[in-house]
Each structure stands twice: as C-alpha cells, then as structure tokens.
Write a protein that binds this ligand. Sequence first.
Ligand SMILES: [Mn+2]
Length: 200
Amino acid sequence: MSWHLGQVTRPKPGCLVNGDLWLCVERTDGTALIGICDGLGSGEPAREAADAFDATVRTHADRPVAEILSLCHTALLGTRGAAGALLQVDATQRLVSYAGVGNIECRTRRDWEFHPLSARGIIGAGLWREPRVSQATYHPGEWLILHSDGLRGRFDLEYELTRLTGIAQAEHRPQVLAENLAGSHARDNDDLTVLAVWLA
Ligand SMILES: [Mn+2]
C-alpha cells in the first residue's frame, strides 16, 4: 500500500515568478493531502494568492478537504483569487477524496468510474459555495492526473500510460508521465503544473 507522485511546475515562459504551485502534506491520521493551486493571472499577484492557499492548506491540513477550501476562500479575499484543488489519499483504506474550484482538472482512466469535477468559481472572489467532494475506492495501479490550465486538457491518458510500460522501475513512471504531459501538451502562455499520482 503506497503511492507515488510525479510533478512538473514552471512559470509562464519569460516569467521568473510562478503563479502556480503544488504541495503534499501528511495528515496526522496518516493520510496524504495533495494540493494544487493556480493564482489568477501571472507574476507576483498570482503568486501571492497561491502562497495564501499553500499556507492555509498547511495550517488546516487535518480538516475535511471542502472545509479547507472554504478556509482558503476566506484567506484569499483581497488577493487576485485562485483556482485550487485538494486530493486526499488514504492508502490504507484505498480511498481518495477530491474537491476543487475553478480551472483545475482531475483526470482518471476511462475504466475507473471516478471522474471528479472541480466546481465553478474562484477561491477568494465572488459568492462562495463549498464545493462537492468526490470520493472513490481504488484498485492498486490506478492513476490520477491533476493539472492547471497551463496544460491542454485534451491529451489521451490511455495512450500516455502505454508510453510508460518500458520503464523498468515502476515508481519512476509518475515522474516520466508528468514530464511527458508537460513536454507535449503545455501552453506557452500560462504557468503550468502537472501532478501524476500513481496509486500502487
Ligand atoms: Mn492558469
């Protein structure tokens, strides 16, 4: 019972500051909390919003995911706002929980009947409604891809997974997948974050 994470994050080409970020923290109950955030726009103001998301998630990591996003909304009022999502991985129960707001996508294999959607809206701006939490159990070998809109969403996950079969050390596959996706499907006009989570 374990899981592995691959990641790529970078600022918009030509920019020094990345308005996207991701984080992974271990909760006191032993589950993992993975977060991804895209501060609106780019540069310092986007980063400021993303940093507020990061700090809030770390401070309240033991709370339920939707509640953490509500706390993020309050913390981001007065910033540019952000899109953001949280994935909780319970490797002991083989259970994942996802909640997101705005342009963060969570992609899964077609065969897995778990296709969570982020709610509309912006964290830190406008009317707030606590997002719905999607939950599912999984069999070992399942995948979740979380990405900001710096990645085009139309990639074929099944095909990308077939490109990994030649990699002898399975725990390296998530990183290779994240790099393959960033290499083939990134937009060149936005900050980018791709997380590939392999539930072993
Ligand atoms: Mn973006």
